[in-house]
Ligand binder design. Structure first.
Ligand code: 87F
Length: 481
């Protein structure tokens, strides 16, 4: 078998970055290519992505959102139309300049996000209040030419995401959607990936420059670095004005719609991997797992046939409960070798069935995250397995919440703040929320920044944790990917 299926040579607690790099390749989740920052998403990871997209896609369709596809190439003139929004991003735009040997008349940007190309079309599609709300989504790849060193899933040059773009006659309706979508993102992370997130509003200097305001869900991963998990922006009428999107309202008066944009990406999978894995490999929460259950027959020459037959019978019964099952009856590997492989790859449950178990009428069930053996009578498997998977889902989330609870601190003064950053904590601190103070904090800590102003927060009092200005919010800080 390939090298990639051999075990990890580093403990998660020793060197989580090296562990992450190893586990991604050895568990066959992703592979590198010759282009730095551009990775192959192998079947085991793509299956996770499909589970996430299936959930989110169904939920946004209930909200009346329709899927579309807009072109990958964005003419330079369009991209720079809303100057303020691209300014800060310009260094990350990848360009197509030639068709074959012929220089193009106008360079084409490779989609870094689709506001500009979509809103150009919206200006044609929206004429009357009857055309609103307009709710469009697309599931696509985007390219951002990052120069920081890439981290699989978490920081790359090409990734997959959904981007939702909507337009409303009423500001109130648009603002409600911002929060409805944010709640869906919370559910993707907490209910599917078992990753706890904190909802909040971005500070002025961290918001999307094209937005009136940005909301996000954020988390601190066990590497001690935070990730912005997803964002939901209220764009107000800013893009409508620069892209000339108008409609006649019910009274025949011309008005600009209120717009939102929102997205989450394959970066979500990186957070999941960091949270749940252990020294044996990855652990995938059951609700997104490509394979729930592997049955390993313990094979001896005289009983092999009977045992394997029983394993396939059990598989059929378990499959009927909506659980994915594989009977691993390859006979050129020992059971122990198979156990290691399936642990490395994060199969949720392992069933062992040998001749003795056949006599006793039970299977040995081992949960990936606990590693403890439970003897379950064959007749009870159909009931036991789905329940155990739900318990596992629940326990993974509880453990992840425990990590967050143990790794967040309140800092009221700079000394505590600096110490907490050294310790890679998530910090709640009173803050003045100014751009210049954000810069000071960033340089004094080698990169820590305000992740968000959590929705859930007490009235700030006293001084900013860094400068002498009065605090206007309790802000969340950490170093991040
Ligand atoms: C990189 C190059 C050019 C981020 C960029 O968050 C433009 C951009 O506009 C850019 N990187 N952004 C912000 C994206 C905003 C917004 N788009 C829809 C989202 C969610 C999905």
């Amino acid at each position: 078998m390939a090298d990639s299926t051999q075990g990890l040579t580093v403990k998660k607690s020793q060197d989580i970055s090296e562990w992450y790099t190893q586990v991604i390749q050895k568990a066959e989740l992703a592979d590198y290519t010759d282009v730095s920052g551009c990775m192959i998403f192998r079947p085991r990871v793509f299956a996770i992505w499909e589970k996430l997209t299936a959930f989110f896609d169904a939920e946004i369709k209930k909200m009346g959102v329709q899927n579309t596809y807009f072109p990958l190439f964005i003419p330079e003139k369009l991209l720079t139309k809303e100057a303020e929004h691209v300014e800060g991003f310009a260094p990350e735009v990848a360009w197509v300049t030639h068709g074959g040997h012929t220089p193009l008349g106008e360079r084409l940007a490779i989609r870094p996000t689709s506001e500009t190309i979509m809103y150009d079309a919206f200006s044609k599609w929206i004429q009357s209040y009857r055309d609103l709300p307009l709710k469009i989504n697309q599931w696509v790849n985007v390219v951002r030419w990052e120069f920081k060193h890439p981290v699989p899933f978490l920081r790359g040059r090409e990734f997959l995401w959904q981007e939702g773009h909507t337009a409303f006659a009423d500001k109130k309706d648009a603002e409600k959607e911002v929060l409805d979508i944010l709640e869906l993102y919370r559910r993707v992370f907490e209910e599917l990936l078992a990753v706890p997130v904190i909802k909040g509003r971005k500070s002025e200097n961290e918001k999307f420059a094209g937005a009136d305001y940005s909301t996000s869900v954020e988390t601190l991963t066990p590497s001690g670095k935070a990730v912005q998990a997803a964002t939901s922006h209220h764009l107000g009428q800013r893009f409508a004005k620069s892209f000339n999107i108008n409609f006649l309202d019910e009274n025949g008066k011309k008005a600009h719609p209120y717009q939102n944009s929102w997205g989450f990406s394959t970066r979500s999978i990186g957070a999941m991997i960091l949270f749940h894995g252990d020294d044996k490999g990855i652990i995938i929460p059951p609700r997104v797992a490509p394979l729930h259950c592997v049955i390993v027959p313990i094979m001896f020459d005289d009983s092999k046939e009977k045992v394997v037959k029983k394993c396939h019978e059990i598989a059929k019964i378990i499959e009927k409960t909506g659980t994915s099952v594989l009977v691993d009856d390859r006979d050129h590997y020992t059971p122990g070798w198979k156990f290691n492989e399936h642990e490395l790859k994060g199969v949720c449950l392992r069933l062992e069935v040998g001749p003795k178990d056949l006599e006793k009428g039970h299977a040995v069930v081992v949960r990936r995250d606990l590693g403890k053996k439970t003897f379950v009578p064959f007749g009870e498997l159909a009931e036991y397995i789905p329940k155990e998977l739900e318990r596992m889902q629940h326990d993974l989330f509880k453990n992840a919440q425990k990590f967050i609870a143990e790794n967040n601190v309140k800092a009221e003064n700079w000394r505590d703040f600096a110490k907490a950053i050294e310790e890679r904590k998530l910090i709640y601190a009173p803050w003045c929320c100014t751009a210049e103070c954000a810069e000071h904090i960033k340089s004094a800590t080698e990169g820590a920044k305000c992740l968000t102003l959590p929705f859930d927060q007490p009235q700030p009092k006293g001084k900013c944790v860094k400068c002498d200005k009065p605090a206007t919010a309790i802000a969340l800080f950490a170093k991040s990917y």
